[in-house]
Design a protein around this ligand. Structure first.
Ligand code: ATP
Ligand code: MG
Length: 508
């Protein structure tokens, strides 16, 4: 056994613990030579029968992925630090496409894209592998989205509802609450049956640590795992991260489970891929991104879907995050992603500064398929809400010019202000569907129009506390067969509670 062979076997054993199917066998391999090295990319020659995305081992076992298959050489993206590697070193084709370990034991863990633990724990015990890239389920295996993925956030569940199997983009400038929205959706799955995956790409270690802490502190790691690659990792690692995380998620989907995956964020992913491509001397296109950047993201997001019942009925819901610059949603990567996904949630820095949190710009946000999955009860409140709210926004802009307003306009603005106040929501405070509907129904009945804005949240808490006692009604409200009698009862009871609140308030 040559030195290289021994080293590779050692490296493989350490990396893989014998649980993956990429056993190195001397007859299946070809040995090439590293021609040149640059920032995480190696050019290798002498490997003639390599497949795209094949695992290549360089030097003493540094893993890499074949990305660029040229007639005389191949471009390999390194998936580890290149210390010690130099041109002239041997390169061995492993004969297998890059795969990752998948399995139930990933839940609760933090791993890198190759499945190595980052949380100080042992290597997660897994018995299967999946290739990092895999073909998206064909159309014939897919079913239309029809089950809600409740976010617990009023404005999303009412106006931009997400369904299981949908791909909903979250976009906005820096520090506008993108990650917070995704985290809230994960936290809201606590009582449910959804497996969540948080894939952090190219962020600072401190930000990722904060997210993981939040997940831990809220007990979300019981059903979540994180796939993390930090900003200083080789571009190749950042590039494979979302594909690897998706493969790990697909394992659960294929068992018929509902899975939610968050890619935080694809801007960094696109930048990593741009860096790889430029180093491989591919011709740069718009914004210096390579021509296939659209395809890179579409083939990732195509893997999210809802499978037909005869194929297990599992779903994979994707919440890709993308960062915009100076609110420019028509930049290259954001427009690509908007066209790939089934809708977007746009976060506005202007709303954020005004303290309107979550800073979701309802006018620029849409969910193209989630409406079908939205529980019926929401329809009673959402249509009216959307209309009055958008009218209000126009009137408000108009009123700013100091125009004298007639009574009708004034009252619409007052109503809109209350709606907006009620759509505010702190992070980590998800509401159940029934509680959301109680609040929104109360405001659409106009029962809050004379309450001072500063006291709206107080009234909301009061109402919810009272209504929670009315357990049965709350339950019936979200049943598919809720009829008018139930809505009448709801109306009666909120009117009653509001009257009590007013009386108590007047007495105080
Ligand atoms: P980055 O661009 O750095 O990734 P981001 O867009 O992901 O930022 P977050 O990190 O989610 O933004 O949030 C930015 C800040 O806003 C955080 O400090 C968070 O506490 C605060 N924040 C976000 N949403 C809310 C909310 N609904 N209520 C209160 N504070 C919020
Ligand atoms: Mg973030």
């Amino acid at each position: 056994m040559s030195f290289l062979e021994k080293n590779i076997n050692q490296a493989l054993n350490a990396h893989e613990k014998g649980r993956r199917n990429m056993e190195y066998s001397p007859d299946s391999r070809e040995v090439g030579r590293v021609l040149s090295l640059a920032r995480g990319v190696a050019q290798v020659d002498g490997l003639t029968s390599v497949r795209s995305e094949e695992l290549i081992l360089l030097g003493n076992g540094i893993p890499g992925m074949a990305l660029d298959l040229l007639p005389n050489s191949i471009g390999v993206a390194l998936l580890g630090s290149n210390t010690g590697l130099r041109s002239g070193d041997e390169a061995v084709a492993s004969g297998t496409v890059l795969s990752v370990p998948v399995g139930d034991n990933l839940i609760g863990r933090i791993v890198d894209p190759l499945g190595n633990p980052l949380d100080g724990g042992p290597v997660p015990e897994t018995y299967e592998t999946r290739t990092v890239e895999s073909e998206a389920p064909p159309i014939l295996m897919r079913a239309p989205v029809d089950t809600p993925m409740a976010s617990g956030i009023k404005v999303i569940d009412t106006l931009i509802p997400i369904g299981r199997g949908q791909r909903e983009l979250i976009l906005g400038d820096r520090q506008t609450g993108k990650t917070s929205i995704a985290l809230d959706v994960i936290l809201n799955q606590k009582q449910g049956d959804v497996v969540c995956v948080y894939c952090a790409i190219g962020q600072r270690g401190a930000s990722v640590a904060r997210v993981i802490d939040t997940l831990r502190n809220h007990g979300a790691m019981d059903y979540t795992f994180a796939v993390v690659v930090e900003g200083d990792a080789p571009s190749g690692m950042q590039y494979v991260a979302p594909y690897a995380a998706t493969s790990m998620a697909e394992y659960f989907m294929e068992q018929g489970k509902d899975v939610l995956i968050v890619y935080d964020d694809l801007t960094r992913h696109a930048q990593a891929y741009r860096q790889l491509s430029l180093l491989m001397r591919r011709p740069p296109g718009r914004e210096a991104f390579p021509g296939d950047i659209f395809y890179i993201h579409s083939r990732l997001l195509e893997r999210s879907t809802r499978l037909k019942p005869e194929h297990g009925g599992g779903t994979l819901t994707a919440l890709p995050i993308v960062e915009t610059e100076a609110q420019n949603i028509s930049a290259y990567i954001p427009t690509n992603l908007i066209s790939i996904t089934d809708g977007q949630i746009y976060l506005s820095p202007v709303l954020f500064q005004k303290g309107m949190l979550p800073a979701i710009d309802v006018g620029k946000s849409v969910s193209r398929v989630g409406g079908r999955a939205q529980p019926k009860a929401y329809r009673k409140v959402s249509g009216d809400l959307r209309l009055t709210y958008s009218q209000f926004q126009e009137l408000e802009a108009f009123a700013r010019f100091g125009t004298r307003l007639d009574k009708d306009t004034r009252s619409r603005i007052d109503h809109g202000l209350r709606v907006r106040e009620l759509l505010k929501q702190n992070r980590f405070s998800p509401l159940t569907a029934a509680r959301q509907i109680v609040i929104l129904w109360t405001v659409s009945l106009g029962l809050l129009d004379d309450i001072e804005l500063e006291r709206i949240s107080e009234v909301q808490d009061y109402l919810l506390a009272r209504m929670d006692d009315n357990f049965e009604l709350m339950n019936q409200l979200v049943q598919a067969d809720a009829d008018d009698a139930i809505w009448d009862e709801l109306e009666k009871s909120v009117v009653l509670h509001m009257r009590k609140w007013r009386e108590a308030d007047a007495a105080a």
